[in-house]
Structures are given as C-alpha cells and as structure tokens.
Design a protein around this ligand. Structure first.
Ligand SMILES: [Zn+2]
Length: 384
C-alpha cells in the first residue's frame, strides 16, 4: 500500500466513527491508538477529566529533541440531523473528483493524512520529531484540547504547530478569539400599572443590550488598521426570550452575549467589563426588590490567534506550500489554544471551510492529494 492509499483508507475508517461532539469519541481514539501502536509508535491518551466518555491523544516519532512539528486535528464532527444527505454521511463516497462524508473536510481528511504521515515518518531517519495531536470537543468551542496541550508540555517542544482546519492549503496566520455567555435576568412580577414596584427582567436585560450596542459603536469608532474584518471586537446577541404578558413586568428574560475578540486584546478585559456592567444593572434591580438578580453562565472562552512576527509555523507552511499571501479568518481554531501556551502556530489544511458542517460535506480529491504532498515535503524537511 502506498502512503497515499493508506491515508485514503484511514479516512474511510475515521468517517465511519460517528464521533459527533455530544457523543463519546472513545471508540475512535482507541482504534487510532491501536493503529499507531501497530506502526510501532507510542501513544499517550489524555482522558477528559470532566467527561469519562471523551479523550484526546498525542504521539511522537523521531528523536527526542526539540524543534519538531505538531500536526493538530480534532476528532469530533457536527451532527447530521435535519440535513438532507444524498448518501450515507458515515461512509465516504467518491464521485466526480470529490470525497463526500461527514467530517471529510472538517477535519478527518487532515487527521487521516496526519496519521499516514506519522506511519511514513516512523520509517524515515528523522533528525527532528513529528508529533500528532488529536483532540475532542473542538466544535463546542475548542475546549477539549486543553488537557491534551497541557500534557504535551512533557514532550520535547516542537517549533511549529500546524492546525489542519480547511484553508485550501493556504497559510492562515490569525483568527479572532471568542467569549460567550448566557444571561438570565430574574425580575419581579407585578401588574405593569404599578411597574415602579416590580422589576422587569426585559427592561433590565435591555440595559445590558444597550451596553452591547455601545461597545460595538465604540469599537467601530476606534477601529485600527488590522487584517481582520471588521477590525474591532464585535459583541453580539443572537438569541433572546422573555416575558409572559403585556401587562406583567417580566419575571424572566434570557439571552446570549458573544464576543469575537481581536487578537491582541485580552478576553479577560472584556469579561471584566461585561461582568461589571451586569453587576451595575443588578444593583439597581436589587434596590427595588431583593430577590431580583442576574445569573451569568460562561459558554466558552477561546483565545484568538495573533499573527506572529516572523512566525516559525507560518514560515514552515509558506515554505511547504509556496503560499505567500496573507490570510486571517473569522472562525476560531485550536491554533489560538496552542499559541497562548507558547507554541508558534498556523492554520493550514485541505478543503474549503465553505463545505464544512453542511449536508453533503465534501473534500476535493485534489485537496486531499495536495495535503499528502505537504506531508511528504514536511517529512523530507524533518530528515534534513
Ligand atoms: Zn474543525
């Protein structure tokens, strides 16, 4: 079997695992670990400390020295419910130069290439190591990778991390971070004719939403030169519900508040500013009724990827792909999680994000082949 054929058959196998983020990924992780071990590669599984049904893994081939390269992928995929697929999403179908299946693009295509690259690299005289990192819960806000990345501190430090999210094999050097909250405003119900004695959860929640609007206006006004579109941190509410009748001060109003944070700004500053606003509104509510309160639940916090100055990872990918353009994207990836922990990171993988998460998700065969060419050149480089 050529290595490319190995990669292709690995893709079939990986897609067949229904590793939707809400479900266990242990079957997939165990199978991959066993497959790598079959190639003579030692694997470290990292169980999720909070969820016994989930795990990540990492492995290394080559000498135990610093300066290697990490290939980073996630094992979870988005659900298929409610999507109209032309063929079974859990079986890779090849037609018209395309591979169809859930996760072929995001991102089991890259996972398969990375695994085949590990096996190929294990047979080569590497001077620097190749490492693989396969995470879980990426689609839930890039949270599952954290214990794995922390455990990887025990490996010789790699000089670059390539996160294989679909970029059409272009170097993506930056993305915004994310911070998401769910807010529940608990008011005090009275007849609205006596609203001065009640607390309307809707009107109090609106004060927080006014702050959201203010932050957007302020950000836009102070926009700096930046490759990001738009070049400021945006704050958004995409869902809201509350109230029961026109003449009752609302007892409950709940909504989401999501930040897309420009790299270079500290998400902690945004968290503090937001929570200070919530506390201020709550204080006013409690002055009317002591039981009125605001609950805030954090949904996720995801560091952005800041374009690095003379970044090693970016330089590596540019050398391997010949891509000299400059690209940043608006979706989050695990590259930010690696970068905040001290690695040089870049996003580069086969396929177009446009084809991800949809019915009939596909990956062009030519992209899969370009991905394999990338792996071969990378191995060559690690031998030099
Ligand atoms: Zn992905």
């Amino acid at each position: 079997m050529t290595d490319m054929v190995t990669a292709r058959s690995l893709l079939d196998r990986l897609v067949a695992f229904r590793s939707v983020s809400r479900d266990s990924n242990l079957e997939l992780i165990d199978w991959v670990a066993e497959w790598l071990e079959g190639q003579g590669i030692t694997v470290t599984k990292v169980p999720d400390p909070a969820q016994p049904t989930k795990a990540s893994l990492f492995a290394q081939v080559g000498p135990d020295v610093a300066g290697g390269v990490v290939l980073s992928g996630h094992t979870d995929v988005v659900p298929v419910e409610g999507q109209d697929w032309a063929s079974d999403p859990w079986a890779v179908v090849e037609r018209d130069g395309r591979l169809y299946g859930r996760g072929v693009c995001d991102m089991k295509g890259f996972d398969a290439l990375a695994l085949a690259a590990m096996a190929a690299a294990a047979r080569r005289p590497l001077k620097r190591p190749l490492q693989i990192a396969l995470s879980h819960d990426e689609e839930l806000g890039c949270i599952g990778c954290i214990p794995m990345i922390e455990a990887m501190a025990g490996l010789p430090r790699a000089s670059a991390v390539v996160v294989g999210e679909p970029t059409m094999m272009k170097a993506v050097t930056g993305h915004k971070g994310g911070l998401a909250f769910w807010v529940k405003v608990h008011g005090h119900e009275v007849h609205s004719s006596l609203m001065h004695t009640g607390v309307s959860a809707i009107l109090e929640g609106a004060k927080i939403l006014m702050w959201v609007n203010e932050m957007n206006a302020k950000g836009q006004g102070a926009a700096k030169v930046s490759p990001f579109v738009p070049p400021w941190t945006t704050v958004h509410t995409g869902e809201i519900r509350g109230g029961t009748a026109h003449n009752i001060t609302a007892g409950l109003c709940e909504f989401g508040v999501d930040f897309r944070v420009l790299p270079g700004e500290d998400p902690e500053d945004w968290r503090r500013a937001f929570l200070a606003k919530v506390a201020e509104v709550e204080l006013g509510m409690k002055a009317v009724h002591p039981n009125a309160r605001i609950e805030v639940k954090e949904r996720f916090a995801l560091p952005g990827l800041a374009p690095e100055v003379d970044g090693v990872a970016e330089g590596l990918v540019r050398a391997l792909t010949g891509d000299n353009g400059s690209q940043v994207v608006s979706y989050g990836t695990e590259a930010g999680q690696f970068q905040v922990r001290g690695w040089s990171a870049v996003v580069c993988g086969p396929g177009d994000i446009e084809q991800a998460h949809k019915a009939d998700e596909w990956l062009a065969l030519s992209q899969f082949e370009a991905g394999w060419a990338f792996m071969e050149d990378l191995i060559e480089r690690l031998c030099a």
